[in-house]
Design a binder for this molecule. Structure first.
Ligand code: HEM
Length: 429
């Protein structure tokens, strides 16, 4: 990219509202990285970190310089106060509850985060998930039964949404008769581009699930079983104290909500790759044991979460660039996962890449994704079953155009990379 093109891409295009960036974040990230791995974008003045080492530096700093309070929404909303001086920690604490998503783990900081995160680490282990594998295989087959005879489907709406909702419902132990309604309630990813949307989210955007989840927790406290909701009610802090039911309900709601759209888009993006690359598809059919490597490469190459955000509480430096207290830092996870300083030939989709779990698709550091084992498992089970039940998967040209001139629609969000739909055709096996 020439320097004139770099300027055009990063100065003319607003990362947070330009639909062209939603369609093609890679060009924007490449242009931004070629200026400097840590650089200010000119629209909301967030500091964008596009280099791998620099992203790791921010994600793994444990000295209280950065807060996760802006983790979900980023710089779209102005801070609820005017930052003063080189340390805004006290101002932030005074206004904590005014930040969007502040009621949830992903926005907790320091001791409070560590204490509550420690509670959760035993919940979604591979061992625990093993017990749910049979259900997931059965679920995948049931959903595939619904469209296999048609020879075509929309992966997002006919499969991915339902599988991710039902999977987490089953693990949590949500009664079967509530699951279809919950699938309707969760809805599509909210737009982040209409200027107003960020204002609607509030401290607890999952409040619409509160009454229901409060009741699940109350029932489990009374009469525990062996599901994950019951497991939550048995958790104790390190000092032996008991988490409040309101907190358990929030943790449960976040577990319920956090992994659905993300996993659903990982599934869709993986199937897109298989349908576009027939050689790769044949390879995966012949060697399904390599499916996990394909999933890791999708997480590196074009992950469901593009960015995580931190708020600088203290004036600091990242890679020699000054970061004044009050700056929102955009850790462009997908840019970092495509940094040529860390990944050789990053624009090539390559399942044989060494160190294929180095990507930042699940972020890293103390807030790294707790549900990664589940996201990976649901995607692996899906790909195994969809490949086993079909003999050839193709992109539906009626919806996406011919090879070389494809159009894919992405949801209007700057945080997520979210295919709005994916139409495929296939021959049943
Ligand atoms: C492919 C699917 C998924 C992707 C790409 C993904 C991505 C992420 C990312 C990037 C973060 C870190 C945000 C940050 O650093 O600020 C995160 C955090 C988190 N994720 Fe996931 N996630 C996925 C699936 C899941 C699932 C299935 C669950 C739960 C069942 C889940 C639960 C969580 C939780 C609880 C956190 C907050 C951790 C903390 O703040 O300590 N995720 N996820």
């Amino acid at each position: 990219m020439s320097s004139a093109e770099t300027e055009t891409t990063t100065d003319v295009r607003d990362f947070y509202s330009d639909p062209a960036v939603i369609d093609d974040p890679r060009s924007y990230f490449d242009a931004m990285r070629s200026k400097c791995p840590v650089a200010k974008e000119p629209y909301l003045n967030s500091l964008m970190v596009t280099g791998y080492d620099e992203a790791m530096e921010v994600l793994t700093r444990k000295d209280g310089t950065f807060s996760s309070l802006t983790s979900v929404v980023g710089p779209k909303l102005p801070l609820p106060f005017q930052p003063e001086g080189d340390d805004i920690s006290e101002q932030v604490e005074a206004h904590r509850s005014e930040f969007p998503w502040s009621a949830h783990l992903v926005c907790f900081d320091g001791e409070v985060h560590a204490k509550n995160r420690a509670l959760m680490t035993s919940l979604l282990t591979y061992k625990r998930l093993k017990a749910n594998e049979d259900y997931l295989y059965g679920l995948a087959d049931r959903l595939i039964d619904g469209f296999i005879g048609n020879g075509r489907c929309n992966v997002v709406t006919d499969y991915a949404h339902a599988t991710t909702t039902y999977a987490i419902c089953d693990i949590l132990g949500i009664p079967e008769e509530h699951r279809a309604e919950l699938l309707q309630l969760i809805g599509p990813v909210p737009s982040q581009l209409d200027g107003d949307a960020a204002h609607k989210v509030g401290a607890d955007p999952l409040i619409f699930l509160k009454e229901r989840f409060d009741q699940y927790i109350a029932e489990r406290l009374e009469n525990p079983g062996d599901d994950l909701l019951s497991e939550l009610t048995r958790l104790r802090y390190k000092d032996g104290s008991v988490p409040e039911p309101d907190l358990l309900s929030r943790l449960a709601r976040f577990l319920y909500g956090a992994g659905q759209d993300t996993t659903s888009r990982l599934i869709a993006r993986s199937i897109l790759e298989l349908a576009e690359d027939r050689e790769l598809q044949q390879h995966m059919r012949a060697e399904p044991g390599r499916i996990p490597d394909l999933i890791e490469e999708v997480l590196r190459y074009d992950a469901p979460v593009k960015c995580a955000y931190r708020l600088a509480l203290k004036t600091t430096e990242v890679a020699g660039v000054e970061v004044p207290a009050g700056t929102v830092v955009n850790i462009a996870l997908s840019a970092a996962s495509n940094d040529p300083e860390h990944f050789e030939n990053p624009g090539k989709f390559d399942i044989d890449r060494p160190g294929n779990r180095d990507h930042l698709g699940f972020s890293k550091g103390v807030h790294g994704c707790l549900g990664a084992p589940l996201g990976r498992l649901e995607t692996r089970v899906t790909l195994e079953r969809i490949l086993a039940r079909t003999s050839d998967i193709r992109i539906d040209e009626e919806h996406h155009g011919p090879p070389g001139d494809r159009t894919y629609r992405f949801e209007p969000t700057y945080t997520f990379r979210s295919l709005a739909d994916l139409y495929i055709e296939f021959d049943p096996a």
